[in-house]
Design a protein around this ligand. Structure first.
Ligand code: MTE
Ligand code: MO
Length: 428
């Protein structure tokens, strides 16, 4: 027997010994009283089925990242914020997707057996679907962000409560949505010549509605019943919702129960609160905002975090645009004097979060970190001053309040001080 053979023999016999011992142990536990009906399972390894809670898993109890209430909470609204500072990759876990509910204090509980989706108005064949019927139609799965119009707004010039990236950018999230394209549904119903708009309506107590141009709806809107591989969460519109890729949050009507094809926008009362008043509109309101402009933010390091010591850090963040795919993200570590092109996570999805990275060595001196993105249309994210100029605000002013400013996509600076503390540079 040469040494390899011997080795193999030893391994074999020790394996056999292990197996026999294993069997003996299993026998012992059986005598000791196994409670599980499945027999040969030791309690220490497989918990009792009646008490084991992880048949649907939750994160490790060492993890503490959660949604937070929004600092700009309005009396009639419920909003919670996504903890962007802890995000990795581009998908927001369903349990951390931000929530915006108007006119209601809790997400409604809707029985999918009772729920119906009605498609009517200027159509040849009005249709009505149960969830099960909708699931029989050809489906798509696509990664898209949803962002509330109120994301990154300092209400009434009150800046307190906007320290962290969760507070400044937490009203945006990104999921993989599964459902049926609105174009599929409307072709099935047969839109009449005069049908140029749709009104989408939700089944929640607030009866959220949104008038939407037909071209937008026919382009890539979908009625989604799936979110990140499972049913849409109650907070996000269970059992079905509109997904309006790249557009303002309000187009994404949750608990969707009706699509009415009409010949004009209805300007319904519920839509009015979203008409923007901006300084250079001279008292007139902007009723319709459609798509988000390019926007990005560094999520790490970001406001409220602490760099333990000088040295290497990977700067990372998220970029997105209603204009399509993100083409380029640049990062500055010197307050915007010089910019370096960041690396983008591959593949880049249209109207979805894109993750970017830049290697950085912190020398222990003060630094201001910020990111700027460009989308496939060539549109570039604006600085606060450029944004102010565009909409007629006082230069240098950040008093973008809820009545005047909307769809803020300004470059967000984070200041690192000599102690490694990171703060929202707009607040200093
Ligand atoms: N039915 C219904 N749909 C709704 C709303 C609502 O209050 N009710 N809020 C809208 C707003 S203002 C936003 S920003 C998005 C938020 O979607 P989310 O709560 O899934 O993040 O849903 C939109 N759709
Ligand atoms: Mo919103």
């Amino acid at each position: 027997m040469d040494s390899t053979e011997k080795d193999a023999k030893v391994k074999q016999s020790s394996r056999r010994r292990f197996l026999t011992q294993g069997a003996a142990l299993a026998g012992l536990t059986a005598v000791g009283g196994i409670r599980s009906a499945r027999g040969q399972k030791s309690e220490s390894r497989v918990p009792d089925e009646r008490s084991y809670s992880s048949f649907y898993g939750v994160p490790s109890h060492f993890e503490s990242t959660v949604r937070e209430m929004a600092p700009n909470q309005y009396p009639h609204m419920l909003s919670t914020l996504t903890p962007q500072q802890d995000s990795v990759g581009i998908i927001t876990p369903s349990g951390l997707h931000f929530l915006n509910l108007r006119n209601h204090d809790a997400p409604p509980s809707i029985d999918p057996q009772q729920h119906r989706l009605l498609i009517h108005g200027l159509v040849d064949r009005p249709l009505i679907f149960t969830l099960e019927e909708l699931k029989r139609l050809p489906s798509v799965s696509r990664i898209h962000f949803i962002e509330c119009r109120g994301n990154t707004i300092w209400p009434g010039g009150n800046h307190s409560g906007f320290r962290t990236v969760q507070e400044t950018h937490g009203k945006a999230s990104c999921s993989e949505w599964t459902g049926v394209l609105v174009s599929t549904l409307l072709r099935e119903a047969g839109v009449q010549k005069e049908g140029t708009w749709i009104i989408a309506e939700g089944a929640d107590a607030g009866h959220h509605v949104k008038s939407t141009p037909m071209e937008m709806a026919m382009d890539d809107f979908m009625v989604a019943y799936g979110q990140n591989g499972e049913a849409v969460r109650p907070e996000q519109g269970y059992p079905m919702r509109m997904i309006a890729p790249g557009s303002v949050g309000i187009f994404n009507v949750k608990y969707l129960r009706r699509i009415k094809v009409v010949d004009q926008p209805y300007m319904l009362a519920a839509e009015n609160t979203y008409a923007d008043l901006r300084p250079n509109l001279q008292g007139k309101r902007l009723w319709f905002n459609y798509y988000w402009q390019p926007k990005s933010v560094i999520t790490r390091p970001s406001g409220g975090q602490q760099l333990p010591r000088p040295g290497f850090y990977e700067i990372t963040g998220l970029a997105w645009s209603g204009g399509g795919a993100i083409r380029k993200v640049e990062v500055s570590t010197d307050g915007g004097q010089t910019w370096k092109e960041a690396r983008l996570q591959d593949p880049v999805h249209r109207k979805a979060f894109s993750r970017f990275f830049l290697d950085w060595t912190w020398d222990g001196q003060e630094a201001v970190l910020q990111s700027r993105c460009t989308d496939e249309q060539g549109d570039v994210q604006k600085s606060m001053d450029e944004f102010a100029e565009l909409w007629g605000y006082k230069p240098g002013s950040i008093d973008i309040n809820t009545n005047s400013g909307a769809m803020v996509n300004v470059i967000q600076p984070w200041k690192v001080d000599r102690e490694g503390r990171v703060e929202n540079a707009f607040l200093i």
